[in-house]
Write a protein that binds this ligand. Structure first.
Ligand code: MV4
Length: 452
């Protein structure tokens, strides 16, 4: 580790996020190792990396999730550290542990913190003990239907039964009255068992029309923690985020400072290190913590646009043990940013649409950023996540950002496959979106033709 930095980082991921990490490393003078499946031999990040190692066949299980293959690639290339990216190994505590046992640095939090936040009951209890507001509900897991009914009576209907191992909405069931409890209980338990091999569940008061607001956090190894404000990720469908924006059109500066400071204080008390995101539901002026993500997130880009901070660079820097070197008062917010996630899928049916790109033109100009590993002639493989590009737009005001976004969407050409570009065109023409008046159910209501 010359100059206290890593000399070589292995990027255990693919697609736009692998490219994003490569770019941060290259600017820091760090060599990069790309690992890839046979399906990704022609990927952009593989071409740009200093070295590359093929780690297996197309199936993610045999390549991007193949721990021995990833660790072997790190050994033979002499990497100092492994960046897990997003998805795949990013929130796997056992992988983080094995990376460190083999003498590499895991660019992320400690295995204990990954484990703590992976169990939603432990996560909630831990942050509540620090004074962070959580959704009213059971104190920990609920053992049987009778106990669940007792909790539901005391907090009042509607209630939500959630899987402790959950996230992503699996094993989540609403009961609107006592009559619905038995069915919701058994469905939540069996869904949780099938999805996670763990049927532990807990109860919360069900919030009907919340927004999803998350706080970006960064902690060094010496107890300094800062927040980079919030992102509003309420525009989603089936638990897949579609558009994110920062700042949230629903918050003012004092609400931002309040929840940001509280989240940072909690992060410090937990002894957390690295990048992290606390997710909140926001309804009627109140915040309720639901989960913490212990990794870099897809939508980190909009935070970078309004703060001017390279979050991946900061994540790598703190992983070396470097002190942050600045505090909360050094973080300033400028203007507004919106990200459109562009997927290789049909804009209405959402069916995946892999295949060859036979025409590609990305928009440009002031305030436009494209994070994508696409190129003309690239073949989008059918095996992985369908995210192919992020269109990220900055403006001095939300209105300027929206005008610029609509202009950029009109310029964007991706031919040969179906993409979600037309979905984004539709959304940015909606009066509710332009007004910022949407909640987590807004897009699904809009697309089903219901009145929101
Ligand atoms: C909730 C909720 C309403 N009330 N909890 C969905 C997945 C998991 N991350 C938490 N989720 C929710 N928890 C209470 N007490 C509504 C959701 C929810 C949701 C949350 C964030 C973003 C999109 C969502 C879509 C549907 C439901």
């Amino acid at each position: 580790m010359a100059n206290g930095l890593f000399e070589k980082v292995l990027i255990a991921n693919r697609g736009e996020i692998a490219l994003r990490i490569h770019r941060a490393c290259r600017e820091m003078g760090i060599q990069t190792v790309a690992v890839h499946s046979t399906a990704d031999a022609d990927a952009m990040h593989v071409r740009l990396a200093d070295e590359s190692v093929c780690i297996g066949p197309p199936s993610a299980r045999q390549s991007y999730l193949n721990i021995p293959a990833i660790l072997s690639a790190a050994s033979i290339t002499g990497a100092d550290a492994i960046h897990p990216g997003i998805g795949f190994m990013a929130e796997n505590a056992q992988f983080a542990e094995m990376v460190e046992e083999h003498g590499f640095t895991f660019i992320g939090p400690t295995p204990d913190h990954i484990r703590m936040m992976g169990d939603k009951v432990v996560a909630k209890r831990s942050v509540a003990a620090c004074g962070l507001p959580v959704v009213p509900g059971s104190d920990g897991p609920v053992e049987d239907l009778d106990a669940a009914i007792e909790v539901a009576r005391s907090i009042g209907f509607p209630v939500l039964i959630k899987a402790a191992a959950g996230g992503g909405g699996k094993g989540m069931k609403v009961a609107t009255s006592l009559d619905g409890m038995r069915e919701a209980w058994h469905m939540a338990r069996s869904e949780a068992r099938a999805a996670f091999g763990n049927d532990q569940v807990y109860l919360e008061k069900y919030l009907g029309r919340p927004r999803h607001i998350e706080i970006q956090l960064l902690a060094d190894l010496h107890g300094t923690v800062v927040h980079f404000g919030e992102r509003d990720c309420s525009v989603q469908r089936r638990h897949q985020k579609v558009i994110e924006e920062a700042p949230s059109p629903a918050l003012n500066a004092s609400q931002r400072d309040y929840i940001g400071e509280l989240a940072a204080k909690t992060t410090r008390q937990l002894g957390y290190r690295g990048l992290g995101t606390m997710e909140f539901l926001y309804e009627d002026g109140a915040f309720f913590f639901i989960e913490m993500n212990t990794r870099l997130q897809v939508e980190h880009t909009i935070t970078e646009m309004i703060t001017g901070v390279d979050l991946v660079r900061e994540q790598i820097r703190v992983a070396t043990g470097a002190p942050l070197g600045y505090d909360q008062s050094d973080i300033r917010f400028h203007g507004h940013a919106i990200e459109c996630r562009i997927n290789a899928e049909h804009p209405e049916t959402f069916l995946p649409s892999p295949g060859r790109i036979d025409g590609y033109h990305a928009p440009g100009g002031l305030g436009i950023r494209i994070d994508s590993a696409l190129y003309d002639g690239y073949v989008v493989p059918p095996y992985y996540d369908s995210l192919i590009a992020k269109l990220v737009v900055h403006g001095g005001t939300r209105n300027e950002c929206l005008m610029r976004l609509r202009r950029a969407l009109d310029e964007f050409v991706i031919d040969g496959i179906n993409t979600s570009l037309p979905l984004h065109q539709m959304i940015v023409a909606q009066p509710d979106f332009l007004n910022g008046s949407y909640d987590i159910h807004w897009l699904e209501h809009l697309m089903s033709g219901e009145k929101p």
